[in-house]
Design a binder for this molecule. Structure first.
Ligand SMILES: [Zn+2]
Length: 106
């Protein structure tokens, strides 16, 4: 487990953090370099077809056999290759911005 809480569920069930370099366009329209941190969470990612096998391995008991390490390597590489940062929900973001302008945001 890591010291960081999961950015989705807020629990301390983060098993790993994948850091992906990327870019972000700021308000001035300039592209800036960023590092996206993607959490692998035992609670949030267990049912995901991409991350679920990695979560399953990392949370399994000691009944693993040596072949599992090779499978873990393939599953990790697949997760690393395909994992992408989540994009904000535009509708939720727009609703919060509208609420802020109305003064209704708590
Ligand atoms: Zn989580």
């Amino acid at each position: 487990m890591t010291d960081w809480p999961c950015h989705r569920c807020g629990t301390d069930n983060v098993l790993a953090v994948l850091r992906r370099p990327g870019t972000w366009t700021n308000l001035s329209g300039n592209r800036v370099r960023v590092v996206h941190k993607l959490h692998l969470c035992a609670r949030c990612d267990a049912d995901d077809p991409l991350s679920g096998p990695v979560v399953e391995y990392l949370t399994a008991d000691e009944a693993r056999h040596p072949g599992d390490v090779t499978r873990l390597a393939w599953d990790l590489l697949r997760w690393i290759d395909q994992a992408r940062p989540t994009k904000p929900a535009e509708n939720a973001l727009t609703a919060e911005i509208d609420a802020w302008y109305r003064g209704d945001l708590d």
